[in-house]
Structures are given as structure tokens and as C-alpha cells.
Design a protein around this ligand. Sequence first.
Ligand SMILES: NC(=O)c1ccc[n+]([C@@H]2O[C@H](COP(=O)([O-])OP(=O)(O)OC[C@H]3O[C@@H](n4cnc5c(N)ncnc54)[C@H](OP(=O)(O)O)[C@@H]3O)[C@@H](O)[C@H]2O)c1
Length: 333
Amino acid sequence: MRSSVGRMYAITIPEPGGPEALVWSEVPDAVAGEGEVLVEVVASAVNRADILQRQGFYNPPPGASPYPGLECSGRIAEIGPGVSGWAVGDEVCALLAGGGYAEKVAVPAGQLLPVPKGLDVRRAAALPEVVCTVWSNVFMIAHLRPGETLLVHGGSSGIGTMAIQLAKAVGAKVAVTAGTPEKLDRCAELGADILINYREQDFVEEVRKATDGAGADVILDNMGAKYLDRNIQALAVNGRLAIIGMQGGVKGELNIATLLNKRAAISATSLRARPVGEKTAIVAAVREHVWPLVDAGHIRPVVDRELPMSDAAAAHRIVEESGHIGKVLLVGQ
Ligand SMILES: NC(=O)c1ccc[n+]([C@@H]2O[C@H](COP(=O)([O-])OP(=O)(O)OC[C@H]3O[C@@H](n4cnc5c(N)ncnc54)[C@H](OP(=O)(O)O)[C@@H]3O)[C@@H](O)[C@H]2O)c1
């Protein structure tokens, strides 16, 4: 379907609901404002947050596009006022506050990254959200160091597959949890050292066993309340728990004594709502520290499959049922 002049196609959510709530619709063109560029989208990728948005539980932050999509890749179609360092036609990928499931999206220039060397522009869409989330939480906040142990919950998720690769690249030991042997095998291929099936094993016990009783120095947690107590138990002395998800609920009970005795720290962040200035700083750090690893081929996006963007509903069904490993891409028409 071709859009009329001044209009484009995007996935809209007329009413919150199941995957069928995602509708490929004609909408007004995105416009690059001050400090922004307009990107013609080649691909976007599904994040768990998109599912929450579709269900009506996660509204876009003020000023963000109403359409889902927290990352994209594509080509710069227009440069807005006050932007330098980028040119029309540049192949880029971008961290977004929304709007990636569309033919075009306006992006603050500080949230752009060049498509890494040797990587197809489509696959670059799988990188910005996971790389920025993992880098900002595991490295900028929790300061994972070489030789330390990182426990990643949901090791085969988009986030998990990137966390394994980044932690291994800096010389850390990596423990992962996942729900099937096949997913754990894939984590091992990416470099994970300690494989824990969360349906059959107790991760606290397994992490202790594998670290001579010490525990994990850093934990990247997607579960929130359900794992709070056990995460603290699994932490080493001076350990850091970085919470990025609430898949196991929002209210938990914390044993302060254990936290004190371990001199441990807990952080919790959401990337989407952070101001453009903070995202710009994270993207700059990613470009400096992570992009050389991607350019050199040491880190690669893990792409489960590619679907047409107009069939975003099918992609959401797969991610909701955890039928994927890594990322599900949505490719434009
Ligand atoms: N705060 C932020 O800025 C931010 C940014 C991006 C993502 N996130 C969060 O990060 C998490 C991963 O995101 P994603 O898009 O990569 O999601 P995803 O690919 O859909 O993965 C979800 C993961 O949760 C795992 N899981 C389910 N139940 C579990 C349990 N009881 N124990 C351990 N793992 C369990 C699944 O494992 P199995 O498939 O093996 O069952 C799967 O790997 C989500 O919670 C998301 O909201 C946060």
C-alpha cells in the first residue's frame, strides 16, 4: 500500500487489547523538529514494552510518538534545524521513545548511531534498545568489571543475548536463567558459562555452587518483585542488583539486613522515559565503548526472525508466547 502525499503508514493502536489491536494505518507524516532528523525506516524490532503499550499499560512519555517501536534502522531522509554531523542518505539505527513501527520517524540526533560495519541495515534495528539498556545498567550503573560474575535473568531474550555478549567481551563470567534446554544451549553458544533452567533449578543455589559460595557480583533482573528476595540472596558481597523489568510483579519484600551485610546496591531504571540529554549520553557511551566491538564483529544482534511490519500482530504473538530467541524484527514494505 502506497501512502498519499504528506502521509505515511504506521502501526496504530485504536483501542488497547490483544495483538489484533495493532492496525497498519495511514497517518500524517512524521516531521523532524529542532535537533531532529527524519529517518525512513527499513526495520524496527519488538520489545516487551511494546506489548504493554498495546495492552494499554504503558503510555508513551509526553511528546513521544503515539505509535509503538523503541528502535529502528533506516536512512536519513531529512535533516531538521540545528543538526550537524549527519547527512541525507546516511544509514543509521536509532534509539526511540516510540514511533519505530512506521514508514518514517523523527529522531533526536543524539539518539542516532551509524549502521555498524559489515551489518545489514535491517539487522541493525535489533541493536539500539538492547545495547543501550545493557550498557547503561550493567556497565554505567552497576560497573561490571573483568573477572566478576554477571547473572542475567532471561538469558535468551533480546536483552539477555546482548548482555551475555557484552559481559563476555569485557572478560566477565556469565550465568543465565532460561526456561528451556534449547534456550540455554543458545546462551552457551553466545558465551554463557553457567546455565540455569529456572523451571527446574534454584538459581540462588546454582550461582553459589558455580562461584565457590560467593554469589553474583552483578544481576540484571527482568522479574522485579518475584525475584527480589532471591536476587539479594544470590548477590555477592558488594554486589549490585540492576532491575529493568517487572515481569514478576511490582511489589516485593526486601530483607534490609541481608542487603546491609552484603553492602549491596539496588538500581532500577527505565530507558524510555529518560530525557533526551540522558539518552544522548548513553548513546555516546555506546558509540565509544560498544560500537567498536560491533564493527569488529565481536558482538552481533541475535535475530530470531523477520516479519513484515504490517504484520506486527504476528510478531507480538511470538514474543508474548516467548517463542523466540533474541529479537523479532519488523521489516518495512
Ligand atoms: N528498563 C528498561 O529500560 C528496559 C529496556 C528494555 C527491556 N527491558 C525489560 O527487559 C526484559 C527483557 O526484554 P526483552 O524485550 O528482551 O524481552 P523478551 O525477549 O520478550 O524476553 C523476556 C524474557 O523473560 C524470561 N522469563 C520469563 N519468566 C522468567 C522467569 N521466571 N525467570 C527468568 N526469566 C524469565 C523469558 O525466558 P524464557 O523465554 O526462557 O521463558 C524471556 O527470556 C523485559 O522485562 C523488558 O521489559 C527493560
